[in-house]
Design a protein around this ligand. Structure first.
Ligand code: HEC
Length: 150
């Protein structure tokens, strides 16, 4: 009985510590680095329907994404030849994104080409990252979006 009690107390304390650390680091990250799409999206909510529009800056990211659709799918959710970028952007950081998009690499699934010499991608790589992260974070729906700053 005593043994059982001890195990439980240890489990409880560990749970609280882990929970506390997770909360603190999430809060700090959110406070220090606003997501790169912040300030480029406007959403209106009517009842349970929310419609979002984007500015010219983020539209350039969506346009650059057209270079990726052939392998990563029309909506970026993946295809038979390329993984879902919506999921990938939740796993990798900005440094990895830049490295992969500039230089490419060969992995288990296949070859990801490098875009370092392609101005249609490189001139808008910040916007492309921001667009894909907004998709990954569930802030933007798939597909084309209207601009609010026309
Ligand atoms: C010719 C097909 C093709 C095109 C076009 C393409 N990719 Fe990829 N990409 C791949 C494949 C295949 C992989 C997976 C490689 C592996 O891990 O085996 C991949 C992986 C990735 C990853 C995951 C990196 C990681 O660390 O897991 C990212 C991010 C990515 N691509 C971004 C892009 C972006 C952005 C574009 C458009 C500018 C693009 N890709 C265009 C084929 C493509």
């Amino acid at each position: 009985m005593l043994q059982y009690f001890r195990v439980n107390v240890v489990g409880l304390v560990a749970g609280i510590v882990i929970g506390g650390v997770t909360l603190t680091s999430t809060g700090a990250a959110a406070a220090e680095d606003p997501p790169p799409y912040e300030g480029h999206i406007q959403c209106e909510t009517e009842g349970d329907r929310s419609t979002c529009q984007i500015d010219l800056w983020l539209t350039r990211g969506y346009r650059a994404f057209s270079q990726c659709q052939v392998c990563h799918g029309l909506t970026g959710d993946g295809s038979t030849i390329g993984p879902s970028l919506v999921r990938k952007l939740r796993e990798i950081d900005l440094d990895r994104f830049m490295e992969v998009v500039v230089n490419g690499y060969e992995g288990q699934i296949g070859v990801m080409p490098g875009w370092g010499t392609n101005p249609n991608v490189m001139n808008y790589i910040d916007q492309l990252y921001a667009y894909l992260l907004a998709r990954a974070d569930g802030v933007l729906p798939p597909g084309r979006l209207k601009r609010y700053d026309r």
